[in-house]
Design a protein. Structure first.
Length: 317
Protein backbone atom coordinates (compact mmCIF):
# COMPACT_ATOMS: atom_id res chain seq x y z
CA UNK A 1 0.00 0.00 0.00
CA UNK A 2 1.24 3.55 -0.76
CA UNK A 3 1.88 5.85 2.18
CA UNK A 4 -1.36 7.23 3.65
CA UNK A 5 -0.46 10.81 2.68
CA UNK A 6 -0.68 9.85 -1.02
CA UNK A 7 -4.38 9.10 -0.52
CA UNK A 8 -4.95 12.74 0.42
CA UNK A 9 -3.33 13.90 -2.81
CA UNK A 10 -5.56 11.51 -4.76
CA UNK A 11 -8.61 12.83 -2.88
CA UNK A 12 -7.74 16.42 -3.78
CA UNK A 13 -7.12 15.43 -7.41
CA UNK A 14 -10.49 13.67 -7.66
CA UNK A 15 -12.25 16.60 -5.99
CA UNK A 16 -10.71 18.98 -8.52
CA UNK A 17 -11.59 16.79 -11.49
CA UNK A 18 -15.26 16.49 -10.51
CA UNK A 19 -15.31 20.27 -9.83
CA UNK A 20 -16.21 19.88 -6.17
CA UNK A 21 -16.42 23.04 -4.04
CA UNK A 22 -13.80 21.50 -1.73
CA UNK A 23 -10.90 23.89 -1.22
CA UNK A 24 -8.26 24.66 1.34
CA UNK A 25 -8.50 28.38 2.25
CA UNK A 26 -5.51 30.37 1.01
CA UNK A 27 -4.56 31.45 4.53
CA UNK A 28 -4.65 27.82 5.69
CA UNK A 29 -2.51 26.71 2.74
CA UNK A 30 0.02 29.45 3.46
CA UNK A 31 0.17 28.35 7.10
CA UNK A 32 0.59 24.72 6.10
CA UNK A 33 3.42 25.65 3.71
CA UNK A 34 5.23 27.59 6.42
CA UNK A 35 4.84 24.85 9.03
CA UNK A 36 5.85 22.11 6.58
CA UNK A 37 9.01 23.87 5.40
CA UNK A 38 9.96 24.85 8.95
CA UNK A 39 9.38 21.32 10.24
CA UNK A 40 11.52 19.83 7.47
CA UNK A 41 14.31 22.22 8.39
CA UNK A 42 14.00 21.47 12.10
CA UNK A 43 14.10 17.72 11.52
CA UNK A 44 17.21 18.09 9.40
CA UNK A 45 18.87 20.37 11.96
CA UNK A 46 18.15 17.94 14.79
CA UNK A 47 19.72 15.13 12.76
CA UNK A 48 22.82 17.30 12.32
CA UNK A 49 23.04 18.13 16.03
CA UNK A 50 26.34 16.75 17.27
CA UNK A 51 27.22 15.40 13.81
CA UNK A 52 28.74 18.51 12.23
CA UNK A 53 32.30 17.21 12.48
CA UNK A 54 31.27 14.10 10.51
CA UNK A 55 29.79 15.93 7.51
CA UNK A 56 31.14 14.73 4.17
CA UNK A 57 31.99 17.96 2.35
CA UNK A 58 32.76 16.13 -0.90
CA UNK A 59 29.26 14.63 -0.83
CA UNK A 60 27.62 18.03 -0.35
CA UNK A 61 29.73 19.54 -3.15
CA UNK A 62 28.68 16.71 -5.48
CA UNK A 63 25.02 17.42 -4.69
CA UNK A 64 25.55 21.14 -5.40
CA UNK A 65 27.23 20.26 -8.72
CA UNK A 66 24.19 18.17 -9.64
CA UNK A 67 22.05 21.27 -9.12
CA UNK A 68 24.07 23.04 -11.83
CA UNK A 69 24.41 20.10 -14.22
CA UNK A 70 20.71 19.14 -14.50
CA UNK A 71 19.35 22.53 -15.70
CA UNK A 72 22.30 23.20 -18.01
CA UNK A 73 21.78 19.76 -19.58
CA UNK A 74 18.02 20.26 -19.95
CA UNK A 75 18.20 23.71 -21.53
CA UNK A 76 19.42 22.63 -25.02
CA UNK A 77 16.96 19.72 -24.96
CA UNK A 78 14.08 22.08 -24.21
CA UNK A 79 15.20 24.46 -26.95
CA UNK A 80 15.88 21.97 -29.75
CA UNK A 81 13.69 18.95 -29.05
CA UNK A 82 10.75 20.44 -27.16
CA UNK A 83 11.04 23.57 -29.36
CA UNK A 84 10.45 26.13 -26.62
CA UNK A 85 11.37 29.82 -26.94
CA UNK A 86 14.53 30.88 -25.11
CA UNK A 87 12.81 32.40 -22.07
CA UNK A 88 10.48 29.43 -21.62
CA UNK A 89 13.35 26.95 -21.97
CA UNK A 90 15.34 28.84 -19.31
CA UNK A 91 12.31 29.01 -17.03
CA UNK A 92 11.46 25.32 -17.28
CA UNK A 93 15.11 24.23 -17.01
CA UNK A 94 15.30 26.24 -13.77
CA UNK A 95 12.12 24.57 -12.47
CA UNK A 96 13.45 21.08 -13.24
CA UNK A 97 16.94 21.78 -11.97
CA UNK A 98 15.40 23.06 -8.76
CA UNK A 99 13.40 20.70 -6.56
CA UNK A 100 9.98 20.13 -5.03
CA UNK A 101 9.55 20.56 -1.28
CA UNK A 102 6.32 18.54 -1.47
CA UNK A 103 8.09 15.62 -3.14
CA UNK A 104 10.86 15.90 -0.56
CA UNK A 105 8.33 15.70 2.28
CA UNK A 106 6.68 12.63 0.73
CA UNK A 107 9.97 10.80 0.13
CA UNK A 108 11.14 11.56 3.67
CA UNK A 109 7.88 10.06 4.97
CA UNK A 110 8.51 6.98 2.80
CA UNK A 111 12.04 6.59 4.15
CA UNK A 112 10.75 6.93 7.71
CA UNK A 113 8.05 4.31 7.10
CA UNK A 114 10.53 1.89 5.51
CA UNK A 115 13.11 2.62 8.24
CA UNK A 116 15.83 3.02 5.63
CA UNK A 117 19.07 4.55 6.95
CA UNK A 118 19.80 8.23 6.25
CA UNK A 119 22.90 10.38 6.44
CA UNK A 120 22.39 13.26 8.93
CA UNK A 121 23.00 15.82 6.17
CA UNK A 122 20.32 14.38 3.84
CA UNK A 123 17.87 17.17 4.70
CA UNK A 124 20.41 19.67 3.35
CA UNK A 125 19.96 18.18 -0.13
CA UNK A 126 16.74 20.15 -0.54
CA UNK A 127 18.43 23.52 -0.13
CA UNK A 128 21.61 22.47 -1.93
CA UNK A 129 19.66 21.40 -5.02
CA UNK A 130 17.09 24.19 -4.99
CA UNK A 131 19.44 27.16 -5.25
CA UNK A 132 22.07 26.31 -7.94
CA UNK A 133 19.52 25.76 -10.71
CA UNK A 134 17.78 29.07 -10.09
CA UNK A 135 21.07 30.96 -9.86
CA UNK A 136 22.69 29.48 -12.98
CA UNK A 137 19.59 29.82 -15.17
CA UNK A 138 18.97 33.44 -14.12
CA UNK A 139 22.60 34.15 -14.95
CA UNK A 140 22.23 32.39 -18.32
CA UNK A 141 19.14 34.46 -19.10
CA UNK A 142 20.95 37.72 -18.36
CA UNK A 143 24.02 36.58 -20.30
CA UNK A 144 21.98 35.66 -23.40
CA UNK A 145 19.97 38.88 -23.21
CA UNK A 146 23.17 40.92 -23.00
CA UNK A 147 24.67 38.93 -25.88
CA UNK A 148 21.65 39.62 -28.07
CA UNK A 149 21.85 43.31 -27.20
CA UNK A 150 25.59 43.30 -27.93
CA UNK A 151 26.49 44.49 -24.44
CA UNK A 152 28.18 43.07 -21.38
CA UNK A 153 26.38 41.42 -18.49
CA UNK A 154 25.90 44.14 -15.89
CA UNK A 155 23.80 42.20 -13.38
CA UNK A 156 25.88 41.31 -10.39
CA UNK A 157 26.09 37.82 -8.97
CA UNK A 158 24.99 39.38 -5.68
CA UNK A 159 21.58 40.40 -7.02
CA UNK A 160 20.94 36.92 -8.42
CA UNK A 161 21.99 35.33 -5.14
CA UNK A 162 19.72 37.69 -3.23
CA UNK A 163 16.70 36.70 -5.35
CA UNK A 164 17.37 33.02 -4.68
CA UNK A 165 18.43 33.16 -1.04
CA UNK A 166 15.63 35.39 0.24
CA UNK A 167 12.74 33.24 -0.98
CA UNK A 168 10.39 32.11 1.78
CA UNK A 169 11.17 28.42 1.39
CA UNK A 170 14.92 28.91 1.62
CA UNK A 171 14.65 31.18 4.68
CA UNK A 172 12.37 28.73 6.50
CA UNK A 173 14.41 25.65 5.61
CA UNK A 174 17.77 27.20 6.45
CA UNK A 175 16.41 28.82 9.59
CA UNK A 176 14.86 25.54 10.71
CA UNK A 177 18.11 23.65 10.08
CA UNK A 178 20.09 26.17 12.16
CA UNK A 179 17.57 26.14 15.03
CA UNK A 180 17.32 22.33 15.06
CA UNK A 181 21.12 22.01 14.87
CA UNK A 182 21.65 24.40 17.81
CA UNK A 183 18.95 23.03 20.13
CA UNK A 184 18.91 19.33 19.26
CA UNK A 185 16.22 16.88 20.38
CA UNK A 186 16.20 17.96 24.02
CA UNK A 187 15.93 21.66 23.26
CA UNK A 188 13.21 21.02 20.67
CA UNK A 189 11.13 18.91 23.09
CA UNK A 190 8.48 21.64 23.76
CA UNK A 191 7.71 21.83 20.01
CA UNK A 192 7.93 18.13 19.25
CA UNK A 193 4.25 17.23 19.95
CA UNK A 194 2.89 19.89 17.60
CA UNK A 195 5.42 20.14 14.77
CA UNK A 196 7.35 16.89 14.59
CA UNK A 197 4.67 14.47 15.77
CA UNK A 198 2.13 16.24 13.58
CA UNK A 199 4.33 16.24 10.46
CA UNK A 200 2.27 13.68 8.57
CA UNK A 201 -0.96 15.54 9.33
CA UNK A 202 0.54 18.74 7.93
CA UNK A 203 1.78 16.86 4.88
CA UNK A 204 -1.60 15.19 4.29
CA UNK A 205 -3.45 18.53 4.30
CA UNK A 206 -0.77 20.11 2.11
CA UNK A 207 -1.08 17.29 -0.44
CA UNK A 208 -4.87 17.63 -0.41
CA UNK A 209 -4.46 21.20 -1.66
CA UNK A 210 -1.77 20.08 -4.12
CA UNK A 211 -4.22 17.58 -5.60
CA UNK A 212 -6.87 20.29 -6.07
CA UNK A 213 -4.29 22.66 -7.61
CA UNK A 214 -3.03 19.95 -9.98
CA UNK A 215 -6.54 19.37 -11.32
CA UNK A 216 -6.97 23.11 -11.96
CA UNK A 217 -3.65 23.39 -13.80
CA UNK A 218 -4.08 20.25 -15.92
CA UNK A 219 -7.65 20.46 -17.13
CA UNK A 220 -8.58 21.13 -19.82
CA UNK A 221 -5.43 19.50 -21.16
CA UNK A 222 -3.51 21.90 -23.47
CA UNK A 223 -2.85 19.44 -26.29
CA UNK A 224 -0.89 22.04 -28.28
CA UNK A 225 1.88 21.67 -25.69
CA UNK A 226 2.10 17.92 -26.22
CA UNK A 227 5.91 17.94 -26.47
CA UNK A 228 6.20 19.61 -23.08
CA UNK A 229 3.61 17.25 -21.57
CA UNK A 230 5.59 14.23 -22.79
CA UNK A 231 8.80 15.76 -21.41
CA UNK A 232 7.17 16.40 -18.01
CA UNK A 233 5.93 12.79 -17.84
CA UNK A 234 9.17 11.12 -18.96
CA UNK A 235 11.84 13.37 -17.41
CA UNK A 236 11.29 12.25 -13.79
CA UNK A 237 12.22 8.64 -14.56
CA UNK A 238 15.39 9.66 -16.39
CA UNK A 239 16.44 12.23 -13.77
CA UNK A 240 15.75 9.75 -10.96
CA UNK A 241 18.48 7.51 -12.40
CA UNK A 242 20.89 10.46 -12.29
CA UNK A 243 20.20 10.78 -8.56
CA UNK A 244 20.45 7.02 -8.01
CA UNK A 245 23.77 6.84 -9.89
CA UNK A 246 25.22 9.70 -7.86
CA UNK A 247 23.95 8.16 -4.63
CA UNK A 248 25.65 4.84 -5.33
CA UNK A 249 28.82 6.60 -6.52
CA UNK A 250 28.95 8.47 -3.20
CA UNK A 251 28.20 5.20 -1.34
CA UNK A 252 25.21 6.74 0.42
CA UNK A 253 22.85 4.66 2.58
CA UNK A 254 19.64 3.50 0.93
CA UNK A 255 17.43 6.20 2.47
CA UNK A 256 19.69 9.01 1.28
CA UNK A 257 19.84 7.49 -2.22
CA UNK A 258 16.03 7.42 -2.38
CA UNK A 259 15.82 11.05 -1.24
CA UNK A 260 18.41 12.08 -3.82
CA UNK A 261 16.56 10.16 -6.55
CA UNK A 262 13.23 11.74 -5.60
CA UNK A 263 14.68 15.24 -5.54
CA UNK A 264 16.52 14.77 -8.84
CA UNK A 265 13.27 13.59 -10.43
CA UNK A 266 11.21 16.48 -9.07
CA UNK A 267 10.55 20.02 -10.28
CA UNK A 268 10.01 23.15 -8.25
CA UNK A 269 6.59 24.80 -8.03
CA UNK A 270 7.29 27.14 -5.09
CA UNK A 271 10.78 28.68 -5.10
CA UNK A 272 11.52 28.64 -8.85
CA UNK A 273 8.23 30.26 -9.99
CA UNK A 274 8.72 33.13 -7.54
CA UNK A 275 12.36 33.71 -8.59
CA UNK A 276 11.70 33.38 -12.33
CA UNK A 277 8.63 35.63 -12.20
CA UNK A 278 10.65 38.34 -10.47
CA UNK A 279 13.65 38.07 -12.82
CA UNK A 280 11.91 37.26 -16.14
CA UNK A 281 8.46 38.93 -15.92
CA UNK A 282 7.41 37.96 -19.45
CA UNK A 283 8.20 34.25 -18.99
CA UNK A 284 5.11 32.03 -19.09
CA UNK A 285 5.02 30.74 -15.51
CA UNK A 286 1.74 28.95 -16.21
CA UNK A 287 3.55 26.72 -18.71
CA UNK A 288 6.19 25.84 -16.12
CA UNK A 289 3.51 25.14 -13.50
CA UNK A 290 1.65 22.92 -15.97
CA UNK A 291 4.77 20.80 -16.39
CA UNK A 292 6.11 20.81 -12.81
CA UNK A 293 2.91 20.75 -10.75
CA UNK A 294 0.40 19.46 -13.29
CA UNK A 295 2.40 16.51 -14.63
CA UNK A 296 5.71 15.83 -12.88
CA UNK A 297 4.50 16.17 -9.29
CA UNK A 298 1.62 13.66 -9.56
CA UNK A 299 3.75 11.31 -11.70
CA UNK A 300 6.39 11.28 -8.96
CA UNK A 301 4.01 11.00 -6.01
CA UNK A 302 1.65 8.42 -7.48
CA UNK A 303 4.03 6.30 -9.59
CA UNK A 304 7.64 7.44 -9.47
CA UNK A 305 8.68 7.32 -5.81
CA UNK A 306 7.47 3.74 -5.17
CA UNK A 307 9.20 2.72 -8.42
CA UNK A 308 12.48 4.43 -7.47
CA UNK A 309 12.34 2.65 -4.12
CA UNK A 310 11.89 -0.69 -5.89
CA UNK A 311 14.83 0.05 -8.25
CA UNK A 312 17.10 0.86 -5.30
CA UNK A 313 16.03 -2.30 -3.46
CA UNK A 314 16.89 -4.39 -6.53
CA UNK A 315 20.29 -2.71 -6.92
CA UNK A 316 21.10 -3.35 -3.26
CA UNK A 317 20.40 -7.09 -3.54
Amino acid sequence: MPDIVIAFFALGLIAGLIKSDLKVPKATYETLSILLMLTLGLKGGMALHGETANLAISELLAVIALGFIIPLSLYPLLRKLIKLPQKEAISIAAHYGSVSAGTFAVVMAMVDKSQWPLRPETTLYLVLLELPAIIIMLWLHRYLQAKIAGSEVHSSAGSILHEALTSRGVVLLCGGVVIGWIYGSSGMAPLTPMLLAGFKTLLALFLLEMGISTAKVCFPIPYKQWRLLVFAAVAPFVLAWVGIALGFALELPSGSILVLAGLSASASYIAAPAAIKAAIPDANIGLAMLASLGITFPVNVLIGLPLYQMWIEQLLM
